[in-house]
Design a protein around this ligand. Structure first.
Ligand code: RVP
Length: 496
């Protein structure tokens, strides 16, 4: 494999999956998989840790669909921890640390709180955590003076409450019987310990595949680096309840990355958090991550749609080969592989899985969603959203408190000024795609078709039974629509 003239790197457009005998239809297949040793997903999709792709809104939407969002790290550690918090509090069977207010807060405070967490009201607690009332939208609706204190408008205790440990069914009964929307959970001394809301139950019916932790809260991952205050950032994210830490560097096969991973794995405070490392593109690098104790391996050096590493540095491995090579070290160790970057169409998901990935990470395919950060722009009557590499000049120029947080992904944290920075990414825009739900439906729908054609009921069956055929440029041309002028846009295909 080290003979460069015999070792060919293949990518998505170089291969197709052979159709195989099938006794399963698309709607019957099971797309469940693992991101890392202890975190399972119902659909094999992750959203990229990029500032034009994943903040809390995208992370919430991804987890609801059954995937996982990885919060980007081009912001202060405190802000990133707040994002984790927003996801963890967003939806659950029961909120264990509900957002609360106090009797002396103003209605304006409550209004801001509700907007921030997208909630419709909050329990009111006194200084020692005792439940003294509840304030909801309804209390604010006809109020003109928002400087009034909560104590004057809240519904005062005694409220309908439930004891710690109440079952889901009993809770729903109570909500129904009393025609209320929020049920505070209290201990024997009437201190608030949780909150159950009607909305949460409606959401669990609406999002049956949602990715949740043991407490019923949505799961979320977050990216960290390795330099300067990376450790402090990691601990802040752990405190905020992050489920997976992703050591997110352009070159994962480097000593500092391996050391960061071993250190995290050895730390008792982070013992319940899975650690993903990357990015890598060779078997040796994947083995080094395995040896460092990693729970998941992220693969991809240069495949990203916004990435210029392969031309600026001349380094990389075409993605299907990279995934295959990395999986040769990861599989025997039982460590899941994430195929990160380079996917253009839903068909590429199954190709990644057959090559050896367990999940894929998407940037450009998700950057156009409503839930990604950034505003819609109109150009010639068409709608776009901006999308940029984390190694682009623009991403480096994002500063908070005079600091840039993204340079170190490319090991250039010692570069003092922007004009000395060597970018490995570009900035641009992608077509507006609407809500993530619709986009994910098409992506997962495509994967279901792949599994049907391959005769695979599960991701594991696809991974072991799937077979590639290598194609030529003529085969690729034949694969795409040809000899026709497309007049109607398909929801899952845009021309090349
Ligand atoms: P794509 O889905 O092809 O748009 O690729 C997204 C991936 O590209 C990210 O998950 C990340 O690994 C990588 N990336 C992000 N920024 C850059 C860069 O500036 N080079 N690359």
């Amino acid at each position: 494999e080290n003979d460069p003239f015999g070792f060919v790197g293949l990518t998505y457009d170089d291969v197709l999956l052979l159709p195989g005998e099938s006794d399963v239809i698309p709607s019957e297949v099971d797309t469940s998989t693992r991101v890392s040793k202890r975190v399972s997903l119902r659909i094999p999709l992750l959203s990229s840790a990029m500032d034009t792709v994943t903040e809390s809104r995208m992370a919430i939407a991804m987890a609801r669909q059954g995937g996982l969002g990885v919060l980007h790290r081009n912001l202060s550690a405190e802000e990133q921890a707040v994002q984790v918090d927003l996801v963890k509090r967003s939806e659950s069977g029961m909120v264990t640390q509900p957002v609360t207010t106090t009797p002396d807060a103003t209605l304006a405070d409550v209004d801001a709180l509700c907007a921030r967490y997208r909630i419709s009201g909050a329990p009111v607690v006194d200084a020692d955590g005792t439940l003294v009332g509840i304030v909801t939208n309804r209390d604010l609706r006809f109020e003109s003076d928002f400087s009034r204190p909560v104590r004057e408008v809240m519904t005062k205790a005694p409220l309908v409450t439930a004891p710690v440990g109440i079952s889901a069914d009993d809770a729903v009964q109570l909500l129904r019987r009393h025609k209320i929307e929020k049920l505070p959970i209290v201990d024997e001394r009437n201190r608030l310990t949780g909150l159950i809301t009607v909305k949460d139950y409606e959401k669990s019916e609406k999002y049956p595949l949602a990715t949740k932790d043991e407490d019923g809260r949505l799961r979320v991952a977050a990216a960290i680096g390795i330099f300067e205050d990376a450790w402090k950032r990691a601990m802040g994210l752990v405190d905020a309840g992050v489920d997976v830490l992703v050591v997110d560097m352009a070159h994962g096969h480097s000593r500092a990355v391996l050391e960061m991973i071993s250190r995290l794995k050895g730390d008792s405070a982070a013992a319940h958090v899975d650690v993903v490392g990357g990015n890598v593109a060779t078997r040796g690098a994947a083995q080094a991550l395995v040896d460092a104790g990693v729970d998941g391996i992220k693969v991809g050096v240069g495949p990203g749609s916004i990435c210029t590493t392969r031309v600026v540095a001349g380094v990389g491995v075409p993605q299907v080969t990279a995934i295959h090579e990395a999986s040769r070290a990861a599989k025997p160790a039982g460590v899941p592989v994430i195929g990160d970057g380079g996917l253009q169409y839903s068909g590429d998901i199954a190709k990644a899985l057959v090559a050896g990935a367990d999940t894929v990470m998407l940037g450009s395919l998700l950057a156009g969603c409503d839930e990604s950060p950034g505003d819609l722009v109109f150009i010639n009557g068409k709608q776009f959203k901006s999308y940029r590499g984390m190694g682009s000049l623009g991403a480096q120029q994002t500063r908070q408190g005079g600091r840039s947080f993204s340079k170190d992904r490319y090991f250039q944290n010692d570069v003092a000024s922007d004009d000395r920075f060597v970018p490995e990414g570009v900035e641009g825009q992608v077509p507006y795609r609407g809500p993530l739900g619709a986009v994910a439906h098409q992506l997962v729908g495509g994967l279901r078709q792949s599994m049907f054609y391959s005769g695979a009921r599960t991701v594991a069956e696809l991974q072991t039974g799937g077979r590639f055929v290598r194609i030529t440029p003529a085969g690729l041309k034949e694969s795409h629509p040809h000899d026709i002028q497309m007049t109607v846009e398909a929801p899952n295909y845009s021309g090349r």
